[in-house]
Design a protein around this ligand. Structure first.
Ligand code: F6P
Length: 487
């Protein structure tokens, strides 16, 4: 935190993301504020509280919509405002084209290897461009100086860096890509590939979670644009702009917000088992995701089923709790996926009653945390994932140094959390075996693994993530100022 403040001394910070950190919803008792299920928000929110400034996001709640045309700025967090949230309201048509259409039916499956075919419609693309322009206008309007630090988040805004650069040439634009970047062949099917890449290259710094995603991006640019790439320094020179491409593995806040305020793990565990009507010695697994086809929820349930087939002594002694926050459910692919998850849950529970407890609704972070603390094993089995912060949240939640993490090798987190039981989620037997190994792991081994993962998350926490990017940005700013003086 201190490092962040030092890096930013006097600079204005603007964050742009699609998802807002606090959703204001109209309710009988007035306005209620929810925290969305989003890795992006988990990571960026504590950073924003540390640096203040303004967060510009798509307004998704039902309260305050009437302020659409007015200066729509609210202080957040609600109880103790530390920064401003400026909401951009979209019409149903705009949201359909920009968010559901191009971002989530096109870009999302394009970047994730989950074997879902991307859909590209020109009408969605037009909306995507238009909404990127709308956010660029908001950035320019919010900028108090000609050189603010703008933190652009994710695949909803690939065109935004260039749009901002055209109007605020001296801005320091740090774009962070929260999802994987595919190889050039995969990306090449996108009809607007050149324009998207040019848009991203308006950034001063372009961050990905892993060196592998950086490499894919450099190769993609090399394949489709006329640029000068310096592989040693990982920089791209294009249209008079220098962009540094670097990996910054995202993380979570440390110490966690709740540190020291929660009841002991044993108490939480007893409470949760009582709520579920289960005996004291019942074993629990936990999965926490958005209801998304990239998360490997079906593969995970199949592994639970296989584990019970192979270890019948655990039938009736183990349950797997799946929290699945509803997500993008107006899209056919998501709707069909949700149905498949429900059907598989029913089928498994017919064979092994109570084996899967599906909670397909939104849970606030403190509720999720109780389940992390009460469980023996946490399963993260994404088919492809930029980082996956559930893995790190689980580790942070276990201050008792107990619990085992089963982790997909296709997450960015697997590059860092080596003491997890790393699996290929497509390999049902292997995942089932890892689950069993987790449930039967001796305490000393759990402790050793958990201790080492906690040390890593503590050290490489989200302030370090943001601090490294801002430090790199500060160096570039300094270099540019010197060059301008000499020039
Ligand atoms: O990290 C990927 C991401 O799409 C974020 O951009 C987003 O906040 C999160 O997943 C949740 O998705 P959505 O905002 O579409 O609910």
């Amino acid at each position: 935190r201190r490092l962040l403040n030092k890096q930013l001394a006097g600079d204005q910070v603007l964050v742009v993301s699609n998802r807002e950190p606090y959703i204001h919803v109209k309710a009988d008792q007035g306005t209620v504020v929810h925290r969305p299920a989003s890795g992006l928000v988990t990571a960026v929110e504590p950073v924003m509280r540390a640096c203040s400034g303004t967060w510009i996001a798509h307004g998704s709640g039902s309260a305050d919509r009437e302020t659409v045309d007015r200066d729509d700025r609210v202080g957040v967090p609600p109880q103790k405002p530390e920064y401003n949230l400026r909401r951009i309201w979209l019409t149903a048509e705009e949201e359909q084209g920009y968010y559901y259409g191009f971002a989530n039916e096109g870009f999302w499956p394009l970047c994730h290897n989950a074997h879902v075919r991307p859909i590209f419609r020109s009408s969605d693309w037009q909306q995507y461009r238009k909404i990127n322009q709308r956010f660029a206008d908001a950035v320019v309007k919010e900028a108090r100086t000609d050189d603010p630090v703008v933190l652009v988040q994710d695949y909803h805004f690939a065109l935004l860096p260039k749009m901002i650069r055209q109007r605020l040439p001296k801005a320091t634009i740090i774009t962070f890509w929260h999802i994987p970047w595919p190889n050039p062949e995969s990306f090449g099917i996108c009809p607007w590939r050149e324009e998207l890449l040019q848009g991203m290259l308006g950034s001063t710094i372009l961050g990905f979670h892993t060196p592998f995603h950086c490499k894919n991006f450099l190769e993609t640019v090399d394949r489709y644009l006329e640029t000068r790439i310096e592989h040693e320094s990982s920089t791209i020179f294009h249209g008079g702009q220098l962009t540094m491409v670097e990996n910054y593995p995202i993380s979570i806040q440390w110490p966690p917000e709740w540190q020291g305020t929660l009841p002991p793990v044993e108490q939480t565990r007893a409470e949760i088992l009582a709520e579920l009507g289960l005996p004291d010695d019942h074993l629990l697994g936990i999965g926490v995701d958005r209801m998304d086809y990239t998360k490997g929820i079906l593969e995970r349930f199949s592994a639970v089923e296989r584990m019970l087939e192979q270890h019948p002594e655990l039938v009736g002694r183990f349950s797997f709790i799946q929290i699945a926050a509803p997500s993008r459910s107006v899209l056919e692919e998501y709707h069909a996926f949700e149905q498949r998850v429900h059907r598989l849950t029913e089928r498994i529970n017919q064979r092994f009653p109570g084996a899967v407890i599906l909670k397909a609704e939104h849970h606030e972070p403190d509720q999720v945390n109780r389940y992390y603390r009460a469980s023996d094993v946490c399963m993260v089995t994404s088919l492809h994932d930029g980082m996956n912060l559930v893995a790190k949240e689980f580790v942070a939640a276990r201050d008792d140094e107990r619990g085992v993490l089963v982790l997909s090798q296709f997450t960015g987190a697997a590059n860092e959390l080596h003491e997890a039981l790393v699996v290929n989620p497509y390999h049902v037997e292997q995942t089932a075996e890892a689950l069993y190994q987790g449930l039967t792991m001796p305490e000393y081994e759990q402790r050793e693994r958990m201790r080492s993962m906690r040390a890593l998350v503590q050290d490489f926490n989200v302030y370090r993530w943001a601090g490294r990017m801002l430090l790199d940005a500060a160096r570039v700013r300094q270099r540019e100022k010197l060059a301008a003086r000499i020039g």
